[in-house]
Design a protein around this ligand. Structure first.
Ligand SMILES: N[C@@H](CCC(=O)N[C@@H](CS)C(=O)NCC(=O)O)C(=O)O
Length: 219
């Protein structure tokens, strides 16, 4: 087995987070390679040869190179399936069906929030960042939408979403941390959920990885 995960040098990609957590939860050994997005290394021919989209994450597994974080998660679940390997997606068909829209939604909607509350706020100390400005009307609407949807999804007792942990929990918690780390008032249930999900060893391993001192904005 020779698994390689290409991530960003700054260690702040929510999409790389999902793949990193998926690999850790599966208990698979993998090598992490950092691509310097700031220097445009994602456009270099060597990387483009492995990446369909010239973006991180990319997973290499033997002869396969795969882009797009949710495709990588789905691949890992099929290539290293339960019960031999721990699950990333719920065992129950309906729960699994409900987890996928959560994964798709955090990747495709609420762009204003992802832009105005960029992932640096989640992964870098606040004293190294510009204080977050007020949310624009679109950003505010997106924040309210996140709270509304998360409140509906997260069960009383603060989760996980669908019984045992699944990768959609990490995705949703990442979205909530954008709010929580920038002083947005989260309802207690959501705050508890976000904190619990962030305490998972697989997530801690990503959050606590060493990062370069330089700060550059991205979403
Ligand atoms: N839909 C993609 C999004 C990947 C993505 O946006 N990656 C960003 C880093 S967070 C990237 O590589 N940006 C560099 C670029 O677009 O040039 C996924 O889920 O993997």
């Amino acid at each position: 087995m020779s698994l390689v995960l290409h991530g960003s040098e700054m260690g702040n990609s929510p999409y790389v987070l999902a793949c990193f957590v998926a690999l850790r939860e599966k208990g698979l050994p993998f090598e992490m390679r950092a691509v310097s997005l700031q220097r445009g290394a994602q456009h270099e021919p060597m990387f483009v040869a492995t990446s369909l989209t010239a973006r991180v994450p990319v997973l290499e597994d033997g002869g396969l190179s795969l882009s797009e974080s949710s495709a990588i998660v789905e691949y890992l679940e099929e290539a290293y399936p339960p019960p031999s390997y721990p699950r990333l997606l719920p065992a129950d068909l309906h729960a699994r069906a409900r987890a996928r829209p959560v994964m798709a939604w955090v990747r495709s909607d609420v762009g204003a929030l992802r832009e105005e509350r960029s992932s640096e706020y989640v992964f870098f100390p606040r004293d190294r960042l510009e204080p977050p400005g007020p949310l624009s009307p679109d950003g505010q609407a997106a924040a309210e939408k996140v709270v509304r949807i998360a409140s509906r999804l997260i069960p009383d007792g603060a989760g996980p979403l669908f019984g045992p942990w699944c990768i959609a929990d990490t995705d949703l918690a990442m979205m909530l941390w954008r709010l929580w780390r920038t002083d947005y008032p989260l309802p207690e249930k959501l705050r508890l959920y976000a904190e619990t999900e962030w305490a998972r060893p697989s997530v801690r391993a990503f959050v606590e990885q060493p990062r370069p001192a330089i700060y550059v904005t991205s979403v």
